[in-house]
Structure formats: structure tokens, C-alpha cells
Design a protein around this ligand. Structure first.
Ligand code: FO1
Length: 332
């Protein structure tokens, strides 16, 4: 591949951030000049919410802060070294959610974003303006400019009924302990891909699915009308990275989410869930952890190439090596 391959990454928040940092590092290690379209990240916006009058975009902010090197690496979200003076005052007013922390620096992001949205900018334009503050080495696009927050239907033990709540309440208040029976993104059926998303996928040299949550991160991106078809029809090889290592999810609550859609928590089951492009799915290749090498043949039988590589992104070098393995699986 002469020059920089045009890489498109579909990504969610924390796992996505680490993987995108790895992709950027892998290109730097190749000595590839970072052009503005060497890496395009299509970011999940299903985690987004309105809170205390401001618009939050958690996965967008996680990836932006991580690429800018200003992210709180311990928590995986928010800004490094942040304080919570305003948050404390909001709690005193009983404003917002007592279980949801808004850091002072992070609030600066939400206030700037909300002001620009009120001025008439689109989320894409807001993100382009915010990303311009730092040399991120990647272009970030929201999956859509429409609001399509993830809603979780949970079984309400007391009444035995079903009740709905915003994904963020389910995740941050209940720590995903309430059994989810359904995930939905109301309004997504009328959403349009953000400007540039389809073109980036169609003109890519490789499309990568980050090891993000298949249900609440990659799922919403593929659910934006037109995106799944763009991934299925791009001339570029499509390579996914398993978010499951040794039959266990690396982060968060992906296993609980997968169970809700009837997918077993295994690298093979998620590969089957995404499906082969030769069938009605989206994958050409599925990067398996060494711990899951024993299912490589079964994945291959799905029509999905199944290279094996170390998938633990415990540091920048490991993330870069993983990204390099994904690029190699795509032949770029
Ligand atoms: N996650 C939490 O578990 N607790 C929080 O109080 C919290 C606040 C928060 C504020 C801004 C933001 O962008 C993200 C925040 N997150 C918090 C993470 C958020 O729930 C993410 O969407 C998840 O980590 C899933 O990606």
C-alpha cells in the first residue's frame, strides 16, 4: 500500500478509544504521514443524552479526549484531572442525576457543544469544531446528526412488567444489573448517516469494526439507515475485532447486552451475529484472541476469515500491535 491507507473505524467509547489510538500508533510506526483522511472514526452516538440542559455525547467525548491525550485513563471517560465543584452544586440543587458525575472541564465541553447546537450547528459541525482544538490524527464523524439515544427495556421485578429507561441510567445508576429485555434507538429508522459517513466507508481501503460493544455501540452505528449497506457493499475489506477474549467480555456489560438479543458471549457467536459479507452480514475477517484460536475453523466455516492475534490492549504498544494485526488481516 503506497502512502497512507484510508482507514475507517466504527467505534464506541472506551474499547473503541483504545483501538483507535492503536490504529493511529500503527500508522505512525509505519512512518505514514497523517493526512486528514488516513483515519476516519464513525462514532456511536446512542449513548448520548440531555442532562441538566446540556447535550452529552459520551462516546464522541471518550474518543476525542483519548486522541487528544486529555482523557481520564482510570475511569475511561471524562477529562484527566477534572474537578466536580459544579457537579456538587448541581446535586445541591437536585438538578441532573445524583448517580451521574459531570466534571467541571467536561461540563465545558457540554456547554460549548450545547451553545453551538442552539446556534444552529449540526452535531457533525460541532464535532469538527471541537476536534480542531487538538491534533487528533484522525477525523471523527458522529454516526448521525439525528438524536437516536439508546433506550433499554428492563424486566421490572416488582411489578413483573417491563419498563424503559435511558441507556445511561441503566448503565450508570443500575450498573446493568436490571435484566435488559430489549434495546432500541427510537427515531433511528428516520435518521440519516452524518455527512461524509457513507462516502468514507465507500472510498475506504479498509473498514474496521472496533472491539466495542456489539449491541449498544456497533449495533446502533449499523442500524443508521444506509450504513449497514455501505459496509456490505464497500470495495474495502471489512475486518472486525472480537470484543470477547477467552469467552469473556473485556469491558462493561457486553455479555448482559448480548444475552438480551439471544447471542451467546463467545467470539464465535458474535462473529455469527455480525455475519459474513458473502452472506447477509458485514464481515470479511474476524480477529480472534489467541485464547479463542480453537474456534478459528468454525468462524471460517461461516465464510469469515479468522486470523488469531493478541487482543488485550493493556498498553499503547499492544493496541498498536492489535491494530497492525487488523490491518494485516485486511491485506493493507
Ligand atoms: N459512567 C459512569 O459509570 N458513571 C458516571 O457518573 C459517568 C458520567 C459520565 C459523564 C460524561 C461522559 O461522557 C461519560 C460518563 N460516564 C459515566 C460514562 C458513560 O456512561 C459511557 O457512556 C459508558 O462508559 C459507556 O460507554
Amino acid at each position: 500500500m503506497t502512502g497512507s491507507p484510508r482507514i475507517v473505524v466504527l467505534a464506541g467509547g472506551v474499547g473503541g478509544s483504545r483501538f483507535v489510538l492503536g490504529v493511529r500508533e500503527a500508522l505512525r510506526a509505519r512512518g505514514v504521514a497523517e493526512t486528514t483522511d488516513s483515519i476516519t472514526v464513525v462514532v456511536n452516538t446512542g449513548d448520548d443524552l440531555w442532562l441538566s440542559g446540556v447535550r452529552l455525547q459520551p462516546d464522541v467525548d471518550s474518543i476525542t479526549y483519548a486522541l487528544a491525550g486529555v482523557n481520564d485513563t482510570g475511569r475511561g471517560w471524562g477529562r484527566a484531572g477534572d474537578s466536580e465543584r459544579v457537579n456538587h452544586e448541581l446535586q445541591q440543587w437536585g438538578a441532573g442525576w445524583p448517580w451521574f458525575t459531570l466534571g467541571d472541564l467536561d461540563l465545558g465541553t457540554h456547554l460549548a457543544r450545547t451553545g453551538w447546537l442552539r446556534d444552529g450547528l449540526t452535531p457533525t459541525q460541532v464535532l469538527e469544531r471541537m476536534a480542531g482544538r487538538w491534533p487528533l490524527g484522525a477525523r471523527l464523524l458522529p454516526m448521525t446528526d439525528a438524536e437516536a439515544d439508546t433506550v433499554v427495556d428492563v424486566r421490572d421485578d416488582a411489578g413483573g412488567g417491563i419498563r424503559s429507561m435511558h441507556f445511561q441510567e441503566w448503565w450508570t445508576r443500575h450498573r446493568a444489573t436490571l435484566e435488559p429485555v430489549r434495546f432500541d434507538n427510537p427515531g433511528i429508522e428516520d435518521a440519516l448517516p452524518a455527512p461524509g459517513v457513507i462516502e468514507a466507508i465507500a472510498s475506504a481501503d479498509v473498514v474496521l469494526l472496533a472491539p466495542s460493544n456489539p449491541v449498544v455501540s456497533i449495533g446502533p452505528i449499523l442500524a443508521v439507515p444506509g450504513v449497514r449497506d455501505a459496509v456490505r457493499t464497500t470495495p474495502a475489506p471489512v475486518v472486525g475485532v472480537s470484543p470477547i477474549i477467552g469467552g469473556r467480555v473485556v469491558r462493561g456489560m457486553a455479555d448482559v447486552c448480548l444475552a438480551a438479543i439471544g447471542v451467546e458471549t463467545s467470539a464465535l457467536a458474535v462473529a455469527r451475529h455480525y455475519g459474513a459479507r458473502s452472506g447477509d452480514g458485514v464481515l470479511d475477517a474476524w480477529l480472534l484472541a489467541e485464547e479463542d484460536a480453537q474456534v478459528a475453523d468454525e468462524v471460517a466455516e461461516l465464510g469469515i476469515r479468522s486470523p488469531v492475534a493478541p487482543l488485550w490492549m493493556t498498553d499503547a504498544a499492544r493496541s498498536a500491535a492489535l491494530a497492525e494485526a487488523a490491518l494485516a488481516a485486511a491485506g493493507v
